[in-house]
Design a protein around this ligand. Structure first.
Ligand code: NAD
Length: 363
């Protein structure tokens, strides 16, 4: 694949996270910010003004990419806009690096995976916390520790978020827990099979929806992943990554989420080279490398969808009081995606998938 150097990209979405991406793109040596788009033209103009050089702005990312000769977009819009903005970009021949979540629903995420197949364009989801070098170290420890038994994450914080998070039905599960769920898949090298979850809202909560939840996942290979969290937890705070413990055949590994993880075992761990990637900067490097090499990156849309399926399964379990099979979530999402698909080529691609899990996991 021929990719110009630098890679010209349009940033779509100039909100809080969009401005972090603007600075990251601007600082990247082999990427050039060609324009900034936002449906709110004042937001785009304000984000561009801070750059100290003229940068074109607009309200439509795809039109702006065409006008500026950009080759890709970075989609940092609100989750509800992820599907329409990314679909339009893929069909305009643009590659896409998109913020998490891939889409608000697994059905929309499947549609995006199929759109990427039909167009042949790369769609990578930036799940920023996966690109943490400490998490890579934890994964390396997990590999050395042999068969995994249990992995746990505790996440207890007390943030105030004026706005949509304080009004959502499941703010912790939907807005935050996707990060540790995605990280758990990575650490274990395992995929979710089933989820049981209870959520509740402590009486003192300043959230309208359930700000606390406990979830147990059965993962492939029989290992259990347990997540316990609260977003209205005054007192001792965990890190934003949460506190992690892995119990495995040959010992254990612990990560406080802020420092290097610690291994406790009766063998000497191998020397490790730290991962060179970190946060959204890491995701951008991996995206540009993938365009140059043609090798699908971690976070490629198919690979990301099961993290969102874990979120959807926990919400469904919390609402129903039942254990939920991930394959049921995928089957229903697949049927919904086919039913709602407006593009006949994408619908045909979805309908041709022999197995949703198989397509998502490359099996
Ligand atoms: N990885 C992380 O740690 C992290 C942290 C915060 C937010 N995020 C994600 O980043 C995304 C953006 O979050 P945010 O906090 O910046 O939200 P935000 O509300 O501050 O900004 C979103 C922007 O998107 C614009 N927008 C909406 N629809 C659009 C469209 N169709 N075309 C162009 N622009 C459009 C809005 O006008 C707004 O300016 C979300 O998906 C969120 O989950 C990730």
């Amino acid at each position: 694949m021929t990719v110009p150097d630098p890679l010209r990209v349009v940033l779509v979405g100039a909100g809080l996270m969009g401005r972090a991406w603007r600075d990251t793109i601007e600082a990247a040596p082999d990427v050039e910010l060609a324009g900034i788009a936002d449906i709110d033209p004042a937001a785009a103009a304000e984000a561009a003004a801070a750059l100290g050089r003229p940068v074109p702005t607009g309200t439509d990312g795809v039109a702006l990419a065409a006008a500026t000769g950009a080759r890709a977009i970075v989609n940092v819009t609100v989750p509800e806009a992820h599907h329409p903005v990314t679909t339009a970009a893929l069909f305009a021949g643009l590659d896409v690096l998109g913020e998490k979540p891939v889409a608000p629903t697994v059905a929309q995420a499947l549609s995006l995976a199929a759109a990427s197949e039909v167009t042949g364009r790369l769609f990578m989801v930036s799940q920023s916390r996966r690109w943490n070098p400490q998490l890579f170290a934890l994964r390396a420890m997990a590999e050395e520790l042999g068969a995994a038994g249990s992995l746990t994450t505790e996440f207890f914080r007390a943030p105030h978020f004026p706005g949509f998070r304080e009004e959502m039905a499941h703010p912790l599960l939907v807005d935050m827990a996707i990060h540790p769920f995605d990280s758990a898949r990575f650490v274990l090298g395992a995929e979710p099979v089933a989820a049981y979850c209870e959520s509740h809202n402590p009486p003192w909560s300043w959230f309208a929806g359930d700000a606390a939840a406990t979830a147990v996942f059965e993962m492939t290979g029989g290992v259990r992943y347990t997540y316990a969290g609260s977003w209205c937890s005054p007192g001792r705070q965990t890190s934003w990554n949460g506190e992690w413990r892995l119990s495995a055949e040959k010992g254990s590994a612990h990560w406080d989420g802020d420092h290097d993880p610690v291994l406790e075992a009766e063998f000497t761990p191998a020397a490790r080279t730290p991962s060179p990637f970190s946060g959204i900067e890491g995701a951008l490097v991996v995206f540009t490398d993938a365009l140059r090499t043609g090798v699908p990156p971690m976070g490629e849309v198919h690979e990301n969808v099961l993290s969102l399926a874990m979120v959807e399964a926990t919400v469904r379990s919390a609402d129903s009081g039942r254990r939920v099979l991930i394959d049921d979530v995928l089957a229903e999402a697949h049927a919904e995606a086919i039913r709602n698909e407006a593009n006949p080529d994408v619908r045909d691609a979805l309908a041709a998938w022999p197995s949703v899990r198989g397509v998502l996991t490359g099996g």
